[in-house]
Ligand binder design. Structure first.
Ligand SMILES: C[S@@+](CC[C@H](N)C(=O)[O-])C[C@H]1O[C@@H](n2cnc3c(N)ncnc32)[C@H](O)[C@@H]1O
Ligand SMILES: [Zn+2]
Ligand SMILES: [Zn+2]
Ligand SMILES: [Zn+2]
Length: 474
C-alpha cells in the first residue's frame, strides 16, 4: 500500500481493491436529503431513508471485504427531523399532507416531508443506519457522541448552527401596514386587498433577502411596517396580546460516531489516546460542597479547558469516554461541513499502530508496556464525600487502575520484517480531512471521491502539507 485517492463511485472503487487490505476505515457518507453535490451517482438523494440506508449497507459490505478481520470502521452520521423549511410556523408544526406533494415536485432541490412519519419527528437516521449495519453482520461496539456544543458544562460550550425554535409565549399583536395605502392587515398572499400593492420578494444568491430586516426572527421587507394591532377578535380578549405556540426542543449540536467491527478481535492502541486525569473527576477541590455538581474552581477550569484544547494524551491517564466535545473546524473551500482534524486524530491513533505493520501479512505492531497496579482504597469514613484530597475521585475513593508505561514495540506476527505504515481508508473523501490527518500521523491514506472538483481540493490540501514536510526535510 501507499497513499492513494481514486476518483469514482465508492463501490466501484472498492471493487478494485483487494480483500482484507486496510486496517481502519473512517468516513462520513453524504447524509440523506442534506445536499446536492451536483455529481451523477451521488448518494443521499434517494427518495426515502430506507432506500438510502439500503445503498449504504450494500457499500459497507464492500468496506467489510477490504477491511482486515482485525480492522475497524468508524462511521460518522448525523440525524435530521421530518420537516420541510415551510412547515415550522408561528402556529407550530403543520400536518404532513399539506406539503408532501409540493415537495415531491421540488425534489431533489428540497427535502421531502415523509408522509409515513408525523412531521416534527427526529427520523433517527443515524440509528437506523447503525442497526441496519448490525443486522448485516457488523458488530456495533460503540456509539460515540460527537458534541459540537453542549449545555451544563462550564469549561466547554462550543458552537453550532442556530436553529429557530421557540416555545409558547404571549406577544403584542402586530399587523402589517401597507406602505402604499396605509391599510392595516390588508395583505393576502403578499398583495394588498385594498390597493393591489405587492410585497417584493427578492433573494440574492447567498439566500439573503435584500432590503429585508429582522422582525421577531422573520425577515420582512423594510417598506412594510409592523404596527400594534388596533384591536381584533384574536387579540382584544387578551389585552392586545396573542399566544404564539412555537414548538421547542434543544438545538441539535451532536452527531454520532459508530465504532463497528468485523470480529471481537480487533486492533486498538489504547495508550495512544489516554487522557490526562484532570477536571472535575480528579480535582478534589470544588466550589460547592456537592462533589457531584461538577463545578470547577478557576485553576481546574483552566486545566480542564487545556485538556480539551490540547488533547493532552497522557500515557497513564484515563481511557477515552464516549462523549467527545470537539468544535467544528471551518474549511472554506468545501460546500459542506468537513471533519475537524481533532476528531480524526484520536481515531487514527487508537485504531492503527504508530509503529506500523508487517509488510507481508499486515499485522500491526503493538506496544510493550509495563503496568503497575494502583490499588483502590475505601476512605475511612465512607459517608464523608466532601474532604477529598489528591488522587481521590468524586466518590471519595482513590482511583483504581494501572499506570502503564511504554517500554518498546513488538510485531504481532512472526514474519520478522521491518514495519511499514498502516492504511486508513475513507470512501467519501470530500475535502480529504481523513487523508490529511492520516498523512500527518505517518500512516498511508487510501480513499475514494466521486466529484472531480473535490478531487482537486484534496490534492491541493494534502499537497500543501506534503510540501511543508519536503521543505523541512531539505
Ligand atoms: C460528507 S462529504 C465528506 C466530507 C469529509 N469527511 C471531509 O472531511 O471533507 C461526502 C462526500 O461524498 C462524496 N460522494 C457522494 N456520493 C459518492 C459516491 N457514490 N462515491 C464516492 N463519493 C461520493 C461527495 O462528493 C462528498 O464529497
Ligand atoms: Zn394597500
Ligand atoms: Zn389583533
Ligand atoms: Zn507478518
Amino acid at each position: 500500500m501507499t497513499d492513494q485517492i481514486i476518483q469514482g463511485d465508492w463501490i466501484k472503487v472498492m471493487k478494485s481493491l483487494p480483500d482484507k487490505s486496510v486496517h481502519c476505515c473512517v468516513t462520513s457518507p453524504p447524509y440523506w436529503g442534506q445536499r446536492n453535490y451536483g455529481v451523477d451517482g451521488q448518494l443521499g438523494l434517494e427518495k426515502t431513508p430506507e432506500e438510502h440506508i439500503e445503498n449504504l449497507v450494500a457499500g459497507f459490505r464492500q468496506v467489510r471485504r477490504i477491511l482486515r478481520d482485525d480492522g475497524v470502521l468508524w462511521l460518522n452520521y448525523g440525524d435530521k427531523y421530518n420537516s420541510s423549511s415551510q412547515h415550522n410556523t408561528h402556529e407550530g408544526l403543520r400536518p404532513a399532507d399539506r406539503y408532501t406533494e409540493k415537495h415531491d415536485e421540488e425534489w431533489p432541490g428540497h427535502r421531502k416531508l415523509l408522509a409515513n412519519l408525523q412531521p416534527g419527528n427526529l427520523i433517527g437516521l443515524a440509528w437506523r443506519l447503525a442497526l441496519a449495519l448490525q443486522a448485516d453482520g457488523w458488530i456495533l461496539r460503540s456509539d460515540i457522541i460527537w458534541a459540537k456544543a453542549v449545555s451544563f458544562c462550564e469549561t466547554y460550550c462550543g458552537s453550532c448552527m442556530p436553529e429557530s425554535v421557540s416555545g409558547w409565549y404571549w406577544q403584542q399583536h402586530k399587523v402589517a401596514k401597507c406602505p402604499e395605502c396605509g391599510a392595516l392587515s390588508s395583505f393576502k398572499k403578499r398583495v394588498c386587498k385594498e390597493c393591489g400593492w405587492t410585497k417584493p420578494k427578492t433573494r440574492t444568491a447567498a439566500g439573503e433577502i435584500e432590503g429585508f430586516r429582522e422582525h421577531s426572527g422573520y425577515k420582512i421587507k423594510e417598506e412594510v411596517e409592523w404596527v400594534d394591532c388596533p384591536g381584533c377578535p384574536k387579540c382584544t380578549p387578551n389585552g392586545g396580546l396573542v399566544l404564539r405556540k412555537g414548538s421547542w426542543r434543544p438545538t441539535r449540536a451532536h452527531e454520532y460516531l459508530f465504532l463497528l467491527t468485523k470480529t471481537n478481535n480487533y486492533f486498538s492502541d489504547m495508550d495512544a489516546v489516554r487522557e490526562a486525569h484532570a477536571g472535575p473527576e480528579r480535582s478534589g477541590k470544588h466550589e460547592s460542597n456537592n462533589p457531584h455538581s461538577g463545578r470547577l474552581d478557576d485553576e481546574n477550569k483552566q486545566q480542564a479547558a487545556f485538556v480539551v484544547a490540547e488533547r493532552n494524551y497522557n500515557p497513564s491517564g484515563r481511557n477515552l469516554r464516549g462523549v467527545w466535545t470537539i468544535g467544528t473546524q471551518a474549511f472554506p473551500e468545501a460546500h459542506y461541513a468537513t471533519f475537524p482534524e481533532k476528531l480524526i486524530e484520536p481515531i487514527v491513533k487508537v485504531s492503527t499502530s504508530e509503529k506500523g505493520c508487517c509488510p507481508d501479512c499486515g499485522a500491526q505492531w503493538a506496544r510493550v508496556v509495563e503496568k503497575e497496579q494502583v490499588k483502590r482504597e475505601r476512605p475511612a469514613d465512607k459517608t464523608d464525600r466532601h474532604n477529598q484530597g489528591e488522587g481521590v475521585n468524586s466518590c471519595g475513593n482513590t482511583v483504581a487502575g494501572a499506570n502503564s508505561t511504554t517500554i518498546g514495540w513488538r510485531p504481532t506476527c512472526n514474519c520478522g520484517k521491518e514495519p511499514v505504515p498502516c492504511t486508513v481508508f475513507d470512501p467519501f473523501m470530500g475535502a480529504g480531512t481523513v487523508g490529511l490527518v492520516t498523512y500527518k500521523l505517518n500512516r498511508y491514506y487510501l480513499g475514494a471521491e466521486l466529484s472531480e472538483e473535490y478531487m482537486q481540493i484534496i490534492k491541493n490540501r494534502i499537497g500543501e502539507e506534503k510540501d511543508k514536510y519536503a521543505l523541512l526535510e531539505q
